[in-house]
Write a protein that binds this ligand. Sequence first.
Ligand code: HEM
Length: 473
Amino acid sequence: MARELPEPPDAGIVNAVRFGTGTFRFLEGVQSRFEDVVAIPVPGRGPLVIVTNPSLVHEALSRPEDFPRVPAQGPSAKIAERGLVQSEGDLWRQQRDIMGDAFAGPQVRAYANTVGERVEGLAGEWREALESTTTAADGGTTTRGGHGSDAGRAAGEQVLERNLHREMTTLTVRVASEILLGEDIGRRMADRFHSWMSVAGDEFEFDASAAAPAWLPTPVSAEFEGAAEGVLWLAEELIERRRAEMERGENGSMDMLTLLLAREDDPDVDYPPNQIRDEVATFLIAGHETTALSLTYTATLLSWHPEARERVREEAREVLGDETPQYDHVADLGYTGRVFQEALRMYPAAWAVFRRTTEEQHLGEYRVPGNAGVIMPQWSIHRDGRYFDRPLEFDPSRWEDRNPQSVEAYFPFSSGPHACIGRQFSLTGARLALAGLAREFDVDVPEGSLDDLRATPTLRPPEGVPATVRFAE
Ligand code: HEM
């Protein structure tokens, strides 16, 4: 006989409120008290089910018919409602088939090489800004002691102050547009994109006090409307330009947009209205945001662990030499890869995967009622001492003899049919980005800068991450 889901002893509404106000602490508490799963009753709705056991997580994620995605609502319905990140069933299958080749072998190489070129570009900007300044008068550049380890900086030393999250967003959004859509949108447009995403992130804040398996469906603010319109406008611009190029016969590439447009007249393919626009907006967001956050968290952890940063630097100098980072370097940047994997464990940009039930289901030996919200939190499973020794310690060496894909409790890219299509892109690109910057610069972030992360659909720093940049020895 199926077991009923355990419930916490406290009243449901109290738990729901706690979840809303201190999401990550609440999840950690639940993780330590419940071995498999817990159901938080929500008055007037189905329960909120939090799965704490990795085997059950994988089981639920491998059964999308029984545990479908939460339909887009509120702000998330405004941007890219039908894109691959939100679609289900036949539409999702059609789209994933059409776009599959855009993420296969040759495109991984192209993605990595583009990351390499863009990182070189960013390094060039930092280098120029550092070299052109030795006085505090220059905007954004200072010689005064400021954050954390820079407090004792020598007079005249060249230091830049940067919002690390913004820098990483600009980098990754340009890579995403170039590789997925065939066009680099440029630094200025990438900066605007960052602003739109910041507005969107504020709006999307996870509303667990309503205990719904979705994000707050409150009326959308005018500011958010503007950001959503900006993203959709950019998507349409890029589509029009590409369409015109294809009409002129300039369509040799395998990027995602070309693959989508090439199938427009295919009788076997059925695009609902605005489908391509929704995919472009989806990929502009999904293709850069998690990667930018993950790079930000990794660089932050490296700044707090100078011995690891020194090892990344040594590896980078040995493997890259003076060359532009490129795909052929990736395999030799093993330590840098482990650093990134470990950062994804401690600060998973996708902090939880959300699903629901429409009718009663069995999960393992448990009976899950219909109309439940189902949350599978990477955040707390990745920090559970049952699965990771010294889970709160940043220790890239834990991956030396462990293949991340064989570790059930580690799922930064989710699993099952909806697992991240861009996984290979990020894993290869991140090595090059981190090595390309570490070989030349010290990026320092004040302690405590990740203490107040927000539970939007991604794990976000509300005000960015302040950092100083200077030449490494
Ligand atoms: C460190 C970087 C990344 C992380 C942590 C990450 C994480 C994830 C996760 C957890 C999911 C599953 C969501 C779910 O099950 O509902 C997902 C799906 C997805 N990701 Fe990523 N992602 C990353 C990078 C990328 C990149 C670079 C791209 C595109 C170039 C991308 C595109 C997508 C898409 C389109 C989906 C939906 C797949 C589907 O449902 O078929 N992601 N990602």
